[in-house]
Design a protein around this ligand. Structure first.
Ligand code: ADP
Ligand code: MG
Ligand code: MG
Length: 252
């Protein structure tokens, strides 16, 4: 589904990603861990085509197409979704209208008919229930005045509604208490269907107790320096990143 080869990218003239490789097949969950500043969010931004991120080299194939050649909207239409580490507030745009427009555009690109108002409302209410967000939140401005945890749950609500193919979750667990963490994990797990794939960026092993990853990768200084199964996350939890840092440095 996703083939990232030797990806190099910079922000404002600083090289951040320095030859990143990642191969994701349909249905797989890949966790990406790594110290602060290692480039985890940058990877999500480069894949989704955020402004200001320059690709210096390498390639990214998504469903056999050149992802880096696509506009931001095209990437979304192809089924790429990013749950932001810091979700943005869009005051004045109702969550409901925002979602309705987005869902129907996504459906159109999948060759599906637009949802009627009643169908949409039913689906939206179900999604809210799944992430334990009161339905009243649909009437508020997108993320406007939401608490940190509510924003994260709203991101997962959007993910459930949009039915993307590849979901990138950037620290959707940060700042959450254990209850909220479980809600987020349940929302993600409900969307695992053997075809949809996930990149789960996290600082802590804790989330991976609830979202069981097929692979765990450690990102350090813009490269994946180690890959393994779920046990690698436990290793990191126990021993931190210092030893990985040294390994990464000695590779250069
Ligand atoms: P992570 O998500 O792993 O914590 P990021 O991808 O957010 O790391 O950041 C990687 C590096 O890129 C950091 O050193 C950060 O300071 C740097 N960086 C991010 N945005 C900018 C920017 N706009 N200008 C310069 N450096 C940036
Ligand atoms: Mg960070
Ligand atoms: Mg980050």
């Amino acid at each position: 589904m996703l083939k990232v080869k030797n990806l190099q990218a910079s922000v404002e003239g600083t090289n951040i990603l320095k030859g990143l490789n990642l191969d994701i097949k349909p249905g797989e969950v890949h966790a990406i861990m790594g110290p602060n500043g290692s480039g985890k969010s940058t990877l999500g931004y480069v894949l989704t085509g955020r402004d200001g991120y320059q690709v210096q080299g390498g390639s990214v194939e998504f469903n056999g197409k050149d992802l880096l050649d696509m506009e931001v909207e095209e990437r979304a239409h192809e089924g790429l979704f990013l749950a932001f580490q810091y979700p943005v507030e869009i005051p004045g745009v109702s969550n409901m209208e925002f979602m309705k427009e987005s869902v129907n555009v996504a459906r159109q690109h999948r060759g599906q008919e637009a949802l009627t108002a009643a169908e949409f409302l039913k689906k939206a209410k179900e999604a809210c229930k799944q992430v334990e967000l009161p339905v009243e939140f649909l009437k508020r401005g997108v993320n406007e005045g939401f608490s940190g945890g509510e924003k994260k749950r709203n991101e997962i609500m959007q993910m459930i509604m949009l039915e993307p193919q590849l979901c990138i979750l950037d620290e959707s667990d940060s700042g959450l208490d254990v209850d909220a963490l479980q809600v987020v994990a349940k929302g993600v797990n409900s969307q695992r269907d053997g075809k949809r794939s996930f990149i789960v960026v996290t600082h802590y092993q804790r989330l991976l107790d609830y979202i069981e990853p097929d692979f765990v990768h450690i990102l350090s200084q813009g490269k994946i320096v180690k890959s393994g199964d779920a046990s690698l996350a436990k290793e990191v939890e126990a021993s931190g990143y210092a030893w990985l840092g040294q390994e990464a440095e000695s590779e250069e």
